[in-house]
Design a protein around this ligand. Sequence first.
Ligand SMILES: [Zn+2]
Length: 361
Amino acid sequence: MPPPSQLTIPASPNTVQVSIIDTTTTIDFPADRFLAPKIDGLERVKGNAFSFLVENPRTGGKVVFDLGIRKDWENLAKPLHERLKTVFQIEVEKDVAEILRENGVGLEEVEAIIWSHWHFDHIGDPSTFPGSTSLVVGPGMPAAKLPPYPEDPAGHLLESDFRGRQLIEITPDKFTTRIGGFGAHDYFGDGSFYLLDVPGHAVGHMCGLARTTPDTFILMAADTCHHGGEFRPSSYQPLPDEIVPNPYNDQTTPPCPCHIFEKIHPSPEKYRTEPFYRIRVNEGGTSTAPNVEVAMQSIRHLQEFDAADNVLVVCAHDATLVGIVDVFPAKANHWKSAGWMERGRWRFLRDWDVGYADKKP
Ligand SMILES: [Zn+2]
């Protein structure tokens, strides 16, 4: 028997309304920039960028968690844009502000934009929101990443991201609770929505944990992981004998036998209980994560949430959830009864070429 997840989340009757926003962003990147080892069949990860609208029905407060990539990403800091063009293929149809407005959400109703972290594919364009919308960021980000470009010629952020807007940093002392392995800040003060301190990927990296019913949650996992194979399977959530629905065709029959993945796992003897990928570390020790050990520890803590049957984990770029989850303007609070977790959990396995005969052409 696998060890049970020990996750305990403080009780509260208070929930928030959550919508998963398809930001109309696609971001395609070389798998080996983030993930190791190389596994046949996945040269490039075709990601999307989920953000979230979170509404507190008691206070009337609305916040957005992440904004994806700004539509005019050519207007990012010039040196950054030049570099991005060489690594990523990016398409963006709309800014989140546009998506909200088109669906009847007045931007003046949005009291805050929360950035999971300061990377270009999460920060959108805050200047598309009115000055009454504040900007909430994680611990240490302002000290590490301000001033913006061009005052700092190497800066990634823009002065327009901050102009005329209150900047609120969730400093370390505000993470007064612990949930699983992470420090937690009770954002509305009523137990309905927590910001989690999830370090390692980037300075100030935070996740959101929204209570969708009194005892179910959506974990907005941002960039804790860039592929399902980076945190699944785990000792808490082993690969089952038969994988249903079949990740290659989304059907329940024939089920996909798990043993076909043994040969592509870096540690075949542990292929059912350890993730397929680790965070890539280059020769010389550099990585996309400034602190790889801490980032790997955050992934291990994420596995406890992922193993809990009342927490739906949504990583920002997890395109395997496209077509399974309902997106804004629909709500996501019914995710558990809709079966999204079971349908999505193992779908990432389809990304690899294991010579599976029942693979959909
Ligand atoms: Zn990202």
